[in-house]
Ligand binder design. Structure first.
Ligand code: NAP
Length: 339
């Protein structure tokens, strides 16, 4: 295995986009979703990220209802010029109902949301501002038009979308250049390959795969949601419980065998797979695995130097098609529902 302390390579995030490390860092779990966090350890993970050339930091206004933006804010301010800061708007929540999720894309909401993010992050400008979910009731041109106004006003530098189809990306890109689309993409979740990858490659838009480790399941760090804390978001995801989890666990065997052959971990092979799969589509890709631990960050960045051969890729190819259970309890606001 290669040196885990070696800095990663750099890549341009979409035509005209910022130069970033080829792997980013998902900060979501530092404040919510995956059980209790040790804040000092999470801060150490942020420091390790920068040392290793991981410069794209991913958050959203909805993570911890603002708490995640506030948590990373001191780090962001200390290293403002070294990092590319990405946040998102569009998922509305209610303080008294933690499982409620609404989608808001109207211009008034967007103008209000950006000011909230800028305030919590303590910065003058957001480098990459994503629409987190699409509300089909609002014309895309209206929402992207409002985002473009924010760019003209200097509040955001680049625009992004999350969970959109190829057709939606084309429509949005015609209104204002889109630097990146962030969508779930992993050995277990490949619906982006229906139409999004083709459109992104054609338009020069980068893909930022979220949950590239299958929310941790691909790493083997948990086998079933019953091993997780009661408030862990994965309790509600159909593929991690009961019979589905049992069946999905069996699918990890080929991943383990490939990992052994490389003297690597399953997490590293899962990350190497996303990078190589992007090459097949002719895409720039910057996966954003989430971790709150510096040691895991070193493990994950070392994966950028692993190359899988054709036989190994062939062994991993059938997995996604065999996964039992959807990636969300309610798939209605995902791009898959609109394909
Ligand atoms: N756009 C969207 O709708 C959307 C949705 C979900 C997530 N995201 C973004 O994408 C980021 C990444 O996705 P994710 O966090 O959901 O899933 P992920 O990256 O697939 O997996 C994260 C989980 O894996 C564990 N992990 C990380 N590296 C590991 C390793 N080397 N060995 C063992 N376990 C490891 C983490 O635990 P520890 O933290 O304890 O290491 C965490 O529980 C998020 O942080 C968020 O910024 C976006």
């Amino acid at each position: 295995m290669s040196d885990n302390n070696e800095p990663i390579a750099k890549v341009t995030l979409g035509t005209g986009g910022p130069l970033v490390g080829v792997q980013g860092l998902g900060c979501m779990g530092m404040s919510e979703f995956y059980g209790p966090t040790d804040e000092a350890a999470a801060r150490a993970a942020l420091d390790a990220a920068l040392d290793l050339g991981v410069t794209l930091l991913d958050t959203a206004d909805v993570y911890g209802m603002g708490a995640n933006e506030e948590f990373i804010a001191p780090f962001v301010r200390e290293h403002r010029d070294e990092i590319t800061l990405a946040t998102k708007f569009g998922i509305a929540r209610k303080a008294d109902d933690t499982r409620y999720r609404g989608v808001r894309n109207d211009p008034e909401y967007i103008r209000h949301a950006v000011d909230g993010s800028l305030r919590r992050l303590g910065v003058d400008v957001i480098d990459l501002y994503y629409m987190h979910r699409r509300d089909p009731a609002v014309p895309l041109a209206e929402s992207v038009g409002a985002m473009a106004e924010l760019a003209r006003a200097g509040k955001v530098r680049h625009l992004g979308l999350s969970e959109v189809t190829g057709a939606e990306l084309r429509e949005a890109h015609a209104v204002h250049p889109i630097a990146a689309v962030q969508s779930e993409w992993s050995l277990f979740s490949r619906d982006v390959e229906i139409s999004l990858t083709g459109a992104a490659a054609e338009l020069g838009v980068a893909l930022v795969p979220y949950s590239p480790l299958g929310r941790g399941f691909l790493t083997g760090s948990f086998q079933d949601a019953s091993q997780l804390s009661a408030d862990d978001f994965r309790q509600y995801q159909p593929r991690f419980s009961g019979e589905n989890a049992k069946r999905n666990l069996d699918l990890l065997e080929p991943l383990r065998r490939v990992a052994e052959a490389h003297g690597a971990t399953p997490a590293q092979i899962a990350l190497a797979w996303v990078q190589q799969r992007a090459q097949v589509h002719g895409l720039t890709v910057v996966p954003i695995p989430g971790t709150r631990k510096a040691e895991r960050l070193r493990e994950n960045t070392a994966a950028t130097r692993i190359v899988l051969d054709e036989a190994e890729l062939g062994r991993l190819e059938p997995l996604a098609g065999q996964v039992a259970g959807d990636r969300y309890p309610d798939m209605s606001s995902t791009s898959a529902a609109r394909e």
